[in-house]
Design a protein around this ligand. Structure first.
Ligand SMILES: Nc1ncnc2c1ncn2[C@@H]1O[C@H](COP(=O)(O)OP(=O)(O)OP(=O)(O)O)[C@@H](O)[C@H]1O
Ligand SMILES: [Mg+2]
Length: 778
């Protein structure tokens, strides 16, 4: 039998390639911290820019207020957010959901619409079907059969079909725990805005989200988790959860209980921020739980669902109280109306005048009346217009009074104006920013420009924002026209939001994200390395003096060492996807490409696997005083490490975290055990054992390792009579797929098996990620 055993002399030369790979891996390992270091430097620079922008903003508002104290300027002016073509009108007719598992109807006959640029609430008692309804219109109710009709701008469709225009904030806070608040928003903005969005616009978007969600103070804090690093507070986490979607500048934002668990003040803060966004063009729909009345009235529209998932009311938020009062329900004094509505819907409020009207009859009553009570306040916009006029007049007078009626204002005069107005002198960075925004050319600016800058503070958008407001305005008008023509035009995501980044654009961004994450986990990595070294010492000592071909235990000891490294690597690779399955589902649902997500994570982990293998092999070889060169063992053990890592990746994508460790251990032990007694395998021709041995990577890794050791010692003649039996076993397994006679050299055979098992594991892992839990990725 010819094993194709290579001659030892030829082998020494063939390892030059291995040495080159080692150098490459080490260089990459040094690049990782470098990337993290640069990121840290950038963070400091961004901090300075961010502070300057805020100071500049405060300074200009203070100046405007000192000139026109009565001016009601918006709290914040957007720079990166742009007016979206928010004419997304969602109509739903008779929407119902039946559970696939038992056919139970959990939602029934919900009819109505969410109008563009409005903030709508879905409310109802617990279990009424609010989440189900939201999932149904978003195409995420994978657990049920959805009936009825959903129309987007009049076209029968689902929000899932306009995935790239939609933001969905899940009820649970699914965030990257090892990134800072700013980093999370940055990556979300980079990955989810149209391809080739300029870097400055991305920075402005992040700045906008930080400001609107009141996160600027914690922008550089790690999000953390309760178990390990305590990061930001629960309320801040919720805001990050919402901010991640805002960074994508969605046209329609759906939120499932964004304020539950928060105190009333924080909830109101978040709600006001969302209201601001709806005012600049976003359609906001959310499920809320018993808000206080001041918060409740922020909503333009309210959909009330009764038990059993039927519509009890849909319309203006200020109209709910008059509606229930008109049905002769009487609200006690000092009661929070929003709480009382829930009591009415749940049947806890008696109707004195009409005792027959119970909670289960409310849906029927609504269906018959079907008229909302509209309480419109039309004065608001008129007040605003009058304010703008007063502002511009008062400003001109004040400027003239301050002796700045000359047409050109120098920097010196401007600083004097600030001083006289009692505005704190800005720092040099903020002054530079302020001058740029006002439009200083060199050292001077025209009076008109200053006036128009201050006047522009009244706007929801910063006047110098890069965003193409004018263009978007035009697009909006076009879209509005389409929305009003019911049933005519299908929404074109591409036209409205532009194309999302492709794999080649998303991959580097995600790779950068994973490198930053990798650095933050360095303690875990160091601990893993220490544990692996410990295992290498223990297994190494057990192999001492037994690794020569004459020794009968040699193949077994080699095999056990392979099983050890396989188990270590398989389990160490589980967190690649296991710990972040929820994050993955959210990102995949939001349009991030599965391939980019998968490849970026695997790339970073692959280097870990390689480095761990170098260290394990070195420690094991020293402790076992193994014969032959380091590279011979490395090549063999690495085959096992890569194959086991592939199996770990596959399992982590398919099995939840709670069971994946055990599953990996079992799979790898079975595979390792399959070849532990190869002579048995050899004798059991055509048996289950033989099939298992053929499928097990260990057959190819530890088997070839043994053959390579024999070759190093000079060939089969050196094999102990007992070990010869085992060798026959390997030979037979190899022969079973006609590999034994292929005369493959050790290295090519090793590389081939390593690649085949590694690539197979990763491919199945990718497919597992892509095709398992499809509903959660919708
Ligand atoms: N996947 C599912 N499998 C089985 N039953 C479900 C499933 N999803 C929802 N239900 C059932 O459907 C009903 C409505 O659930 P849903 O989660 O929509 O209620 P909700 O109004 O959002 O409640 P809460 O306010 O407590 O979040 C409940 O009775 C719930 O048990
Ligand atoms: Mg719910």
């Amino acid at each position: 039998m010819d094993f194709g055993l290579p001659s030892p002399a030829a082998k020494e030369d063939s390892y030059w390639w291995e040495k080159a790979v080692l150098v490459f891996v080490m260089i990459v390992y040094m690049i990782f911290p470098l990337v993290a270091f640069i990121n840290r430097r950038q963070r400091h620079a961004q901090s300075r820019v961010s502070d300057a922008m805020r100071e500049c903003e405060n300074c200009s508002v203070d100046l405007a207020h000192s000139l026109v104290p009565e001016a009601a300027l918006p709290e914040y002016r957007f720079r990166g957010m742009r007016l979206k073509m928010s004419a997304i009108h969602v109509g739903f007719d008779n929407v119902g959901v039946k559970l696939k598992s038992n056919g139970r109807c959990i939602l029934e006959g919900v009819t109505g619409a969410f109008r563009p640029r409005k903030m709508a609430a879905i409310m109802g008692p617990s279990g009424a079907g609010k989440t189900t309804f939201m999932n149904a219109i978003c195409g995420r109710a994978y657990y049920g059969t959805v009936s009825g009709e959903i129309r987007i701008n009049g076209h029968v469709s689902s929000i899932a079909e306009i995935k790239e225009l939609r933001g969905f904030v899940p009820q649970d806070d699914i965030v990257h725990e090892h990134l800072t608040v700013r980093e999370q928003l940055y990556y979300s903005a980079r990955l989810r805005n149209r391809d080739k969005t300029p870097a400055r616009v991305i920075d402005y978007i992040v700045e906008d989200v930080l400001n609107v969600m009141h996160l600027t103070d914690v922008q550089h804090s790690i999000v953390g988790n309760v178990e390990e690093t305590r990061g930001i507070s629960g309320g801040q986490r919720k805001r990050v959860n919402i901010g991640l979607e805002l960074a994508a500048r969605p046209t329609i934002l759906m939120l499932d209980e964004p304020t539950s668990g928060l105190d009333a003040t924080t909830a109101l803060d978040i709600m006001r921020s969302l209201k601001t966004l709806s005012e600049i063009g976003m359609t906001v729909v959310m499920v809320v739980h018993q808000p206080r009345y001041s918060l409740f009235t922020l909503f333009d529209e309210v959909l009330l669902l009764g038990l059993g998932g039927q519509t009890v009311y849909l319309g203006n938020s200020r109209g709910v109280l008059p509606y229930f009062t008109s049905l002769n329900f009487n609200m006690p004094e000092h009661e929070n109306p929003a709480d009382w509505f829930m009591d009415v819907i749940s049947g806890k409020v008696k109707n004195e005048a009409n005792p027959n009207l119970k909670s289960d009859g409310l849906a029927e009553v609504w269906a018959q009346r079907f008229t909302e009570i509209v309480v419109e306040s039309g004065e608001e916009s008129q007040v605003r217009r009058a304010e703008l006029f007063t502002f511009s007049k008062a400003l001109a007078a004040k400027l003239a009074g301050a002796g700045l009626d000359s047409d050109t204002i120098t920097e010196e005069n401007f600083l004097k104006l600030l001083e006289e107005s009692g505005v704190q002198e800005p720092s040099s960075d903020a002054l530079r920013e302020l001058k740029a925004r006002i439009g200083f050319e060199g050292n001077s600016v025209s009076r008109e420009q200053l006036s128009s800058f201050l006047y522009g503070l009244n706007n929801a958008f910063s006047s110098d924002a890069l965003s193409d407001i004018a263009n978007v305005q035009k697009e909006m008008e076009a879209s509005e026209a389409s929305a009003s023509t019911v049933g005519s035009v299908k929404v074109s995501q591409e036209k409205m939001s532009g194309k999302r980044a492709r794999l080649c654009a998303q991959y580097p961004v995600l790779l950068h994200q994973n490198i930053i994450r990798w650095m933050r986990l360095w303690k875990h990595k160091a601990f893993s390395l220490a544990l692996m070294s410990l295992a290498a010492i223990v297994f190494g000592i057990q192999c001492k003096d037994k690794l020569t071909p004459e020794n009968v235990l040699c193949p077994i000891k080699i095999n056990i060492s392979h099983v050890a490294i396989g188990l270590l690597m398989g389990i160490a690779c589980l967190p690649i996807f296991g710990s972040d399955r929820m994050v993955f589902w959210r990102e995949s649902a939001s349009g991030i490409r599965v391939s980019a997500f998968f490849l970026s994570r695997v790339t970073v982990f692959l280097f870990d696997v390689l480095v761990w293998t170098y260290v394990f092999t070195a420690v094991w070889k020293v402790s076992s005083e193994a014969p032959c060169g380091y590279w011979l063992w490395l090549v063999a053990l690495r085959m096992t490490a890569v194959s086991a890592a592939g199996i770990g990746v596959l399992i982590s994508t398919l099995i939840p975290k709670s069971g994946s460790t055990l599953a990996t251990a079992v799979v790898l032990l079975i595979m390792g055990g399959a070849i532990s007694e190869p002579q048995v395998v050899a004798e059991a021709k055509g048996s289950f054992n033989e099939v298992l041995a053929f499928l097990s990577p260990f057959t190819w890794t530890s088997g070839q390792n043994y053959l390579a050791v024999i070759a190093e010692f000079g060939g089969e003649d050196y094999v102990n009579i007992f070990a010869l039996d085992m060798m026959d076993g390997y030979r037979n397994v190899l022969l079973s797929i006609n590999l034994g006679g292929q005369n493959l050299d050790y290295l090519p055979a090793a590389y081939i098996s390593c690649s085949i098992f590694g690539v197979l594991g990763l491919t199945f892992g990718y497919l597992g990620l892509r095709f398992s839990h499809r509903g959660k990725q919708a």
